[in-house]
Each structure stands twice: as C-alpha cells, then as structure tokens.
Design a protein around this ligand. Structure first.
Ligand SMILES: Nc1ncnc2c1ncn2[C@@H]1O[C@H](COP(=O)(O)OP(=O)(O)OP(=O)(O)O)[C@@H](O)[C@H]1O
Ligand SMILES: [Mg+2]
Length: 595
C-alpha cells in the first residue's frame, strides 16, 4: 500500500506528499488514530484528502496510508434495523449519537446461513447463493426476517465448488466459492464491500406505473410518486419537512426504509429511533425499526462525512433493491449536505459559484437523484429505490441554488408553504406550487383499485384549488358576500377539499394515514358533494344553504372521525348526502310550485 506524508491541514481537508501511487477516490487512513479519509484530488507531487472525522490535533508529517480500494461500505444482513454514521459504521443511539475518532467497523455478528445453490451450479452476478437470517441468540427472540445473499455485482460468477452447510457464520466468513471461466477462484461471504459513489449495476431500468403509497392524501391523490420515482420537499424553517418525511417513513408501503439524517438535529433522530422501535409494522406486526436503516450525520458530527452520507444511503438502498425489494430513501436535509459540499470546496480554494456553492453542485445532486429507479436486477427480479429529499432553502426562498437545481432532477415537488404551516394546516404542501409529472401514468393503477374516476376527480380538485386562489384575492377586496353565487360555491367546495381531504394530522390516531380504499371513498364523497351542490345552484339554491346542512360538517370531519375500515359509516355518509341533496331540491320545487 502507498503512503504519503501530510504537509498542510485545514479542517477536514489535508494535502500530503505521496511516496507511491494513489487512486482518485481511494480510501485512506490518516495519523496514529487511523482517521478515515478519501483521496479527492491528485497532482504530480501532491494528493488532497478529505477526512471524515475530526482532525483536531493532527500534525504535519502525519502518515496517510492508502487502502488500495475505493471508499466502500460493507453491505450485509447486519444492516437492517440499525443506526450507522455517514460511512456505515455502526453507532449506538444510546451513546448520544457520537462515533469516536478512528473507530473501525465492528466485528461482524453471526447470521444464520441457508444455502440456496448446490455444488456444480453456475451462478452469475446477482444470483442467489443463500438466505441469511437473524442470529437466533438475539434478545428479540425468533428470527423475524430473512434476506437474500447474492453474488456481488462485481464478481464475474462461475461454478459453485464449495458451499457451506446451513448454520451460523460471521457475515464476512466465506460461505461459497466459485470457479470462473478463467479458472480463477472467488470467495463469497454473506456480506461484501461496495464503493459508495458507484451505482450498483442492473439489467435495465423499468418504467413505473405503480405508486409508492404514502398514506398522505395530498400526496397519493394529487401529487403521487411512482415506485422508483423522486420527490423534493422544499420548505422554510419549521414548515414540517421532518414530520412529513417521518410520517411517510412510518406509513409508506416500502419493504425497506433508509432514513438519512443529514446535518439535522441529533435529538430528532433519537426520537425517530425510539418511535420506530415502538411502532408496529402493519404488515409483519414486528417493530418498524426492523425494516429500517438509519444513517445519521447530525449537526454535531464531522461535516465532511455528511457529504458521503447520502451516497452511503443510496448504496444501502440499492443493495436491498438488488434483493428484489421496494426501498424508499429519505434524506433530511439535502441543503445541509450541500453546505458540507460548499465548506469542503471553500477549503480547497475552489472558485465559488452561485451563493458560494461549487460549480459541481448540480451534477452532484444529479448523481444522487438519478440513482432512484425501478429496475430489473442482475438476478432477474424487480426492485425499486424511491428517493425523497428535504430541502431547507434559507429564509424560505425557493429560487436559491439547491432548490433550483434539485427541481431539475426530481419528478415530484411537494412544496411546503409557510402560510399554511403558520395556520397549522398540515401537511403544508401547497397545491399550486407542487407537482407530479407522472401522475397521469398512475391513473390505471387507481382504476384497478375500483377508483375509476381518480384522474377526473384529481383534476377537478386541482381546478377548484386554482380557482379558489384567484377568487380569494377578490374576496379580500370586495368581501365574500358581494361575490356572485357561483363563485361563493367554488370557495365552499375548495374549502371542503382543503379541510376534509388535504388536511391530515400526522399526530391523529385515526387520520395519520389513509389506505387507498379510504382515500378513494373520501374522494368520491367530495366529488359527489361538489356535483350535487352545482346542480342545486342551477336550481337556485344558495351555497350557504348547503353549507348549513349537517352533512357539510360531517364531510369536513370525516377524515378525523371515521377510521380505516369503518365502511358502514362511510356508506351512511353517502346516504345522508343523497338524502340531503334530494330534500333541498324537493323543498325548492315545492316552494317553486306554491310560489
Ligand atoms: N403533518 C403534520 N401534522 C401535524 N403537525 C405537524 C405536521 N407537520 C409539522 N407539524 C408541526 O410543525 C412542527 C415543525 O415541523 P418540522 O420539525 O417537521 O419542521 P421542519 O420543516 O423540519 O423544520 P426545520 O426547518 O427546523 O428542520 C412540528 O413540531 C409539528 O408540531
Ligand atoms: Mg427538520
């Protein structure tokens, strides 16, 4: 391995004189504490290293030792259900969310291995060689899950010449040996290393016409995200980014959640972990944490590891995707990540671009978001990585560089509005500033859910909200009462869409998530109200008369009051609505006849 001698240090960046060849992006260790770093630039007689730990106390002359491989993380069955730092080194949440300098990867734990290939079988990259299960000695009791062990994507594959018997093995112990066509032997364990900045290869990317359900009505019905899609959540200070991402993490229908806490508050992450341990996964009945991986690089941890953390996160997500799973990754917040990029770039003396960010901010964002996809894996299964990234624009200004560049690479924008948040209207997603470019592709899926009018109702709701924004301005000037009846009706219907449908508290036992079936029922009821009210208006009945009916209040509160699966009460609402509309109509007709 090559060595270099440090000549210059500035925060997380150092320069060193090499005494041997280094590779770009090679992982290195620095100084007596063996701090982990990465070669980020190479000149003729100098290398520049980014160090992922606190460099206080490091002196010129400190030895930089090359590792011969790119900055990598170890991917294996031990990842699920745990918390790691930005370079996938295990952390303990109890220890106050800190990693100590130079801490190396922990001794791998044992997992139960069950072979799924036999001697003489030909295995290619991505083929299944066995299953890995949780260590039976774990205090959580019975094994709650199994994972696939695959031939790593960078192994050419070959004939199985050794296969370990079923049993418990450390995750880095050889359980299978392959002979490739050149006669070379490859040793495979349950875990393997993969460089974080290199996307894991797939057979091909697939189109996506299936939604990643979040349980949040404003998302699933108005701005849906497909499996393998990308969404950005920009929002000013305190507008609800963290709560939204956490709510989606809890209720979305992904098999695995990768939560990257990037420069955000450490106590929020600790709270999330505690909550995930308590919450029950609706599908397995086991703690939600068991299908979650948390990557923490909170505001009190070294800034440079933050830069690597989102690539680490997406590499982990791809690892589970390759097992044929649907993975959702959330990064909170990508702005803090961009700030880390800016800090390192500044120390390198690079020419600053917009708002001080380096010129490559945009391409780095693209590198991250473009790894989201629904794919056919090398092993032939279908898996997806869906990516959600929060953006915290300074003073809520969406024209700043991180928000702006992010918008170029995402398919959905869920823009949080400070006025909605101030009015405690959550989730504060602004219906006119948000979009989903793929919404139309998902209509067929909703048809399959017995919601054949999804596309039509979605468009109707959006139009109402748009008209409302326009009329609100007028109402403020001339007063609501002075407006013509049909405009007052639009405001009334938009109010119903907002309050009954879009508003959804993350803290309400009943309403924190809604299944597609409940979303469809609510959508239909609101659609029927809107249609019925328009008919009544034609017959000369004022919007206020309709709003005064008890059914209007009942519809406004249905999300909060009628739980999942209580279809009888939703049917009763539907009958009440029909009866009310008929009664108002008949009263008008009789009045018309007698008058
Ligand atoms: N969906 C929601 N349901 C109910 N309350 C919410 C919701 N979203 C946000 N809130 C309220 O708003 C507060 C602030 O939300 P949050 O911490 O998510 O904001 P943030 O955008 O992440 O802020 P920061 O910019 O500081 O990271 C929460 O503590 C909560 O009280
Ligand atoms: Mg936050």
């Amino acid at each position: 391995m090559s060595i270099a001698s440090t000549t210059w240090i500035s925060g997380p960046v150092l320069r060193a004189r090499p005494e041997g060849p280094f590779r770009l992006r090679e992982a290195v260790t620095v100084g007596p504490d063996r701090l982990l770093g990465e070669v980020i630039r190479i000149a003729r007689d100098q290398i520049v290293v980014q160090v992922y730990e606190d460099t206080s106390g490091l002196r010129p002359g400190a030895e930089v030792a090359g590792s011969g491989r790119l900055l990598s993380v170890r991917l294996g069955p031990g990842i699920l259900g745990h918390i790691f730092d930005g370079l996938l080194r295990p952390m303990s949440a109890e220890a106050g969310a800190y990693v100590t300098a130079g801490m190396q990867e922990e001794v791998p734990a044992s997992f139960e291995f069950r072979p799924r290939a036999s001697l003489g079988d030909q295995l290619g990259p991505g083929s299944v060689l066995g299953d890995a299960g949780r260590d039976g000695g774990d205090d959580q009791g019975e094994a709650g899950w199994t994972q696939r062990c695959l031939v790593p994507p960078d192994c050419p594959g070959g004939e199985v010449v050794f296969m370990a018997a079923a049993g418990f093995y450390p995750e880095d112990e050889t359980v299978c040996r392959l002979h490739d066509a050149q006669g070379k032997e490859h040793e495979l364990a349950m875990s393997h290393h993969w460089p974080v900045r290199i996307p894991r290869p797939v057979q091909k990317r697939l189109p996506s016409d299936e939604p990643m359900l979040t349980g949040q009505r404003v998302i699933d019905c108005l701005f849906p995200i497909p499996r393998g899609g990308t969404a950005a959540v920009p929002g000013g200070f305190g507008t609800g980014k963290t709560v939204l991402l956490e709510t989606v993490a809890k209720w979305c229908d992904a098999d695995v959640i990768v939560y990257v806490g990037c420069g955000e508050r450490g106590n929020e992450l600790a709270g999330l972990l505690a909550e995930f341990l308590e919450l029950e996964d609706p599908r397995s009945g086991r703690p939600l944490l068991e299908r979650t991986v948390v990557i923490a690089n909170t505001s009190n941890m070294p800034v440079s590891a933050r830069e690597a953390s989102i690539y680490t996160g997406i590499t982990v997500a791809e690892y589970f995707r390759d097992q044929g799973l649907n993975v959702t990754l959330m990064a909170d917040s990508t702005s803090r990540w961009a700030e880390a990029l800016r800090e390192v770039s500044g120390r390198l003396g690079e020419l600053p671009g917009e708002a001080g960010y380096p010129a490559y901010l945009s391409s780095r964002l693209a590198d991250f978001y473009e790894r989201a996809a629904r794919v056919r894996t090398l092993g032939g299964t279908v898996g997806a990585v869906t990516v959600l990234g929060a953006v915290s624009p300074p003073s809520g200004d969406f024209s700043e560089p991180v928000t702006n560049h992010t918008k170029r690479y995402v398919g959905c924008l869920w823009a949080l509005d400070v006025h909605r948040a101030q009015a405690r209207f959550y989730p504060a997603i602004h219906p006119l500033q948000s979009y989903s470019v793929v919404a139309r592709n998902l209509a067929r899926w909703w048809h399959g859910q017995d919601c054949t009018r999804w596309e039509e109702l979605r468009r109707r709701f959006l139009t109402l909200l748009e008209e409302e924004a326009h009329l609100e301005r007028m109402a403020r000037i001339i007063g609501r009462d002075a407006m013509p009846e049909h405009q007052r009706l639009i405001l009334l219907c938009a109010q119903l869409v907002n309050q009954a449908f879009l508003r959804q508290s993350a803290f309400s036992e009943i309403d924190r998530y809604a299944t597609p079936a409940r979303q469809a029922v609510m959508m239909r009821l609101i659609g029927r109200f809107v249609g019925g009210a328009e008919d009544l208006l034609q017959a000369g009945i004022a919007p206020e008369a309709i709003a005064a009916e008890p059914i209007f209040r009942a519809l406004m509160r249905m999300g909060e009051e009628i739980p999942e699966g209580d279809w009888d009460r939703y049917s009763a609402l539907d009958r009440d609505l029909t009866a009310t509309l008929r009664r108002l109509r008949e009263a008008r007709d009789t009045a018309g006849v007698s008058g």
